[in-house]
Write a protein that binds this ligand. Structure first.
Ligand code: NAD
Length: 484
């Protein structure tokens, strides 16, 4: 069966692209082309925005009741649940996510997001009367923000599309999604399922393309809000355009999260946790715990535990259920990660496991060796910059205050963890870390709670009632004249 596509999902149907330009989807494992799909151009974006604008300004969707929209999204959820295995395979094929991770986080997690947003929407104060401060009641409404541009990255494509499209739909918005050029295939399947669920024409439109296509979408006057997940560099540019045009904007950006190992930590538990959280999705995860902060008193023990956990990981074919680490998404990403491993060596860090070159037994595919550096200083580039590959840095600290200082000494503020047998001590650390999410002996994202970044990790929040509210504008209607 071919994975090729020749159209875009626009205005409730499959429309021919404006140009003959094609994107090649290349398997990171075999380096072979697995599909060709049309590449969106500014003309395709114009058509998608026009359809979304028409559906918002004239169509039924924003005028339906929240309960009616909930029914349509619930139908989508049921259809999605039935196709999760197929969706996971598409993502593994496109970007090389190990199938074990794809069937855990790449697809079931987005489905859980839908269910969570449905529950939140059922309780959301779409229209609520308040007594008012002047003695007369006020009606506060949450109205849809308008036409939304949803721009996801390639690393967790369904996870980051769902966190935007579902709350936007529930709020009554219409959407143009621009999938990343590396991962258009999962988005095509999602479009089919939304269509089958009965989402009206023009309410969701998909045009895959690269940076220039995204820039055209962001700057388009028909867009009211941009919801972006990707690099901090692109987020700054998008935020500047939105600021100039006073568009609503939410940005989910990069991270360099720290796992603080307290001196009472059970190192077997910690090493298992860090093995998953440090290099999940082959290290291509925004919340990856890539700085490991170890107490000087147990430094070599931590290095030994984490070095052997990472050094024993199975690297290989993403479709093999035994693989724990797959290839990098693209040759440029493989080169980037290799480059950082060289930088770490040049900066004087010690390679505990891994290093440059291909992993043993592999002679093609965009693989790197999972690598752990010890003797890292937090000011080194490998400790400050987001590598986005399976590369961990172990940094020593003197006392908990020093650990908190080092964890916060980062331009990013996305996530973090603390490992300890004393929950209160863990909570005391958690309260001092300047990040949007934090875990004590765990890091499991909960879609009922807000997720997002402090500092250069972003603006705004996804998930929870906060994530739904980002797709609304609050309007106050003064119902009567207050008594004089
Ligand atoms: P990227 O910024 O290069 O691209 C992300 C998306 O934006 C792609 O669809 C791309 O085509 C588009 N794009 C790029 N520049 C644009 C511009 N100027 N205007 C409009 N669109 C533009 O990022 P990437 O390499 O695809 O993804 C990796 C990055 O994403 C990492 O930094 C990672 O930390 C971050 N990320 C963050 C989260 C989060 O929730 N905070 C989640 C996943 C990934």
């Amino acid at each position: 069966m071919t994975l090729d596509r020749d159209s875009f999902y626009l205005d409730g149907g499959w429309a021919a692209p404006a140009s003959a330009q094609m994107l090649e989807v290349i398997s990171p494992h075999t380096e072979e082309v697995i599909a060709r799909v049309p590449e969106g151009t500014p003309a395709d974006i114009d058509a998608a925005v026009a359809a979304a604008r028409q559906a918002f300004d004239q169509g039924p969707w924003p005028r339906m009741s929240p309960a009616e929209r909930i029914d349509v999204v619930a139908a989508f959820s049921g259809l999605y649940a039935a196709r999760m295995g197929e969706m996971a395979d598409l993502i593994s094929a496109e970007m090389g996510s190990p199938t074990s991770f794809a069937n855990l986080a790449q697809v079931p997690a987005p489905w859980m997001q839908i269910e969570s947003f449905l529950a939140i929407a059922r309780e959301f104060p779409w229209e609520a009367e308040r007594p008012g401060a002047l003695g007369a009641p006020v009606l506060v409404r949450h109205e849809p923000v308008g036409v939304v541009a949803a721009i996801p990255p390639w690393n967790v494509p369904q996870f980051t599309i769902m966190s935007k499209v579902v709350p936007a739909l529930l709020a009554g918005c219409t959407v143009v999604v621009k999938p990343a050029p590396e991962t258009p295939l999962d988005a095509y399947l999602m479009a089919e399922l939304l269509d089958e669920a009965g989402v009206p024409a023009g309410v969701v439109n998909f045009v895959a393309g690269g940076r220039e296509t995204g820039e055209h979408l962001v700057a388009h006057p028909g867009i009211d809000k941009v919801a972006f997940t990707g690099s901090t560099a692109a987020g700054r540019k998008i935020g500047a355009v939105c600021g100039e045009q006073l568009k609503r904007c939410s940005l989910e950006l990069g991270g360099k999260s720290a796992a603080i190992v307290l001196d009472d930590a059970d190192l077997a538990v910690t090493a298992e946790g860090v093995k998953f959280l440090g290099v999940m999705n082959s290290g291509q995860a925004c919340v990856a715990q890539t700085r490991i902060l170890a107490p000087r008193s147990r430094y070599e023990e931590v290095v030994e535990a984490i070095g052997s956990a990472i050094g024993s990981m199975v690297v290989g074919d993403p479709m093999d259920p035994a693989s724990e680490i797959g290839p990098m998404v693209a040759r440029r990403q493989q080169e980037r990660v290799q480059g950082y491993i060289e930088i770490g060596q040049a900066e004087g860090a010690r390679v505990v496991t891994g290093g440059t070159g291909m992993p043993a037994g592999l002679d093609r595919g965009w693989y790197v060796k999972p690598t752990v550096f010890a003797d890292v200083d937090n000011r080194m580039r490998i400790a400050q910059e987001e590598i986005f590959g399976p590369v961990l840095s172990i940094i020593g600290y003197d006392g908990v205050e020093d650990a908190v200082r080092i964890a916060n000494d980062s331009e990013y503020g996305l996530a973090g963890t603390v490992w300890t047998q004393d929950k209160e001590a863990g909570l005391a650390v958690a309260r001092q870390i300047r990040t949007g999410t934090y875990g004590i002996n765990t890091y499991t994202m909960d879609f009922a709670a807000p997720f997002g970044g402090f500092k250069a990790s972003g603006l705004g929040r996804e998930f929870g009632p906060e994530g739904l509210a980002q797709y609304t504008e609050a309007k106050s209607i003064y119902l009567e004249s207050p008594p004089m």
